[in-house]
Design a protein around this ligand. Sequence first.
Ligand code: NAP
Length: 307
Amino acid sequence: MTSPVYNRVALIGLGLIASSMFWAMKRGGLAGDVTGFARSEATRDTARRIGLCDRVCDSVADAVADADLVVLCVPVGAMGAVAQEIAPHLKAGATVTDVGSVKRDVIDAVGPHLPEGVHFVPAHPLAGTEHSGPESGFAELFDNRWCLLVPVEGSDVDAVAQLRALWEGMGANVDEMDADHHDLVLAVTSHTPHLIAYTMVGVADDLRRVTDSEVIKYSAAGFRDFTRIAASDPTMWRDVFLTNKDATLEILGRFTEELFALQRAIRTGDGEHLHQYFTRTREIRRGIIEAGQDTAAPNFGREAPKA
Ligand code: NAP
């Protein structure tokens, strides 16, 4: 039996990421005792019913008291208010971390509330699904996925090392990154693709009214993949775009330029341009599979839908 990385962990917000962390910590014996808090009674009741957390608390103060690690697992736009609420109840020497998909905004919103003697080590696990809520989590979510730690100026090296050990114990590969760089990289790999998926599904929805649900009935794999992404939590993604504004707009600008170039190639019949472009993008897919970040199995390894 390995010894826990932290004696007491508090999870604030009990959705997909928090519940996956709880099951992963249990799987690895990484935390002695885990408390949890969510703002709604419904979520707390569900958590109690399914055994999510060793103790579900009715107040955030109770949840964080005595915790060695406090993990903020709420939407990015709510991080600042939650930090302000927990601040007076944090134990000296505790570490506060978060799992938000945007880092600069969270650092600016959370950092100023934390008292002297509490360590702040922001983090972002690059793993998720389109599901949310306390029942959506599972222990394997972080296996072989990246978790980026984004230490702030003066972050305590031991506190960073301890958090790294927790994420590694939960199955993740860990890297460190600067906040602004993180936000730009994620704008390319996650945020802008989500926006494009939302747009494509929105366009199809408009069309659906014209074609009387043919878009749904004959939905091909490409569109189905977009719909999965576009089913992601509206609150979480609203906050991502509002807080990673500059990087997303920068990448969207580049995207629009490329789209115009492809549009022109189609209009002018420039097959060479299209072929070269698609050859280049295919290489990126190969790279992702070689890096072990996806499967080469047909249909992304999913079972065929039942007829
Ligand atoms: P989720 O399943 O929707 O759960 C969100 C939790 O936050 C719920 O417990 C909810 O409480 C609580 N919450 C919502 N709004 C709040 C507010 N204004 N004040 C206080 N609590 C609030 O979300 P999630 O997918 O776990 O995401 C949590 C964080 O992880 C987000 O910052 C997100 O950016 C980040 N993240 C998500 C993914 C992903 O793919 N989903 C991946 C990596 C990182 P109630 O249940 O009581 O409403």
